[in-house]
Design a protein around this ligand. Sequence first.
Ligand code: ATR
Length: 281
Amino acid sequence: MIEKINGNKKIYGILGYPIKHTLSPKMQNAAFLETNIDAIYLPFLVNPENISKALDGIRSLNISGFNVTIPHKTTVIEFLDEISPIAKIVGAVNTVKNFNGRLIGTNTDVWGFIRSLELLKFNPFNKKIGILGAGGSSRALLAGLSEKGASEILICNRTKEKAERLEIEFSKIYPKTKIKAVSIEKIEVSYLDLLANTTSVGMHRDESLIDLSLSNNKKNVIDIIYNPPRTKLLRQAENLNIPNLNGLYMLLYQGCEAFEFWTNLDAPEHIMKKQLLKLIN
Ligand code: ATR
């Protein structure tokens, strides 16, 4: 390890608060090693009040690129030189590259999610989708699915006003997709081609917002939670033989997309996946 650190090494990292539990360093360092890129990826604990100083530090130290996680995904934007159109729509940045001193942000959660749909052989074009939740992850899914031509998206949230605000905001950006806020009792799962949970329900307690057994003809279910790997919602889907997926692949592919944004190389997906699986199991 020590002999490999010299003046050529590029530095990448992730800014978050807390940061202890991040899985990204293992995944990205494995990717650098596999592709023979002379770089290292480090965790940075950045208190929210220091985010602007952290960005000054990144510029001064010429750090090559970084990920941004909770709680900085939105607040970081004002300190960047440029953000991609999709990050602007989502209102959040999770990946930044330092391009000759200019910090350019994007949102790879969006494409990470969309890429993960391939595992279900699901193409969002012309499909009807239900999203549970109206927070940051919900915005990423809404943007990605609308970009890919979903015909209808129903947003269902405990605080209905938040879903209604998303309806208004995203309907303006994506007039071709019918976007509607609905209450959970109104969600008719059999009407949907895909149901995606973006809430934290199922993460800390074994709970689910929806009982899938109440309707027939269910097609696809995603829970973006990856820990635990099988939430109550996904176990129920499995028992009912409904194709389903957890958030591990969204996490993997947002990492692959970030790697590709930084290096312009294809990410070594299998190695990155192996690292993630090792950490989670
Ligand atoms: P993220 O960025 O991961 O989307 P977030 O922005 O904090 O996280 O959003 C969390 C989502 O989970 C919200 O939609 C939240 O609903 P509210 O807007 O009503 O707060 C939803 N959520 C969290 N706990 C919930 C619970 N016990 N029941 C229903 N929804 C819940």
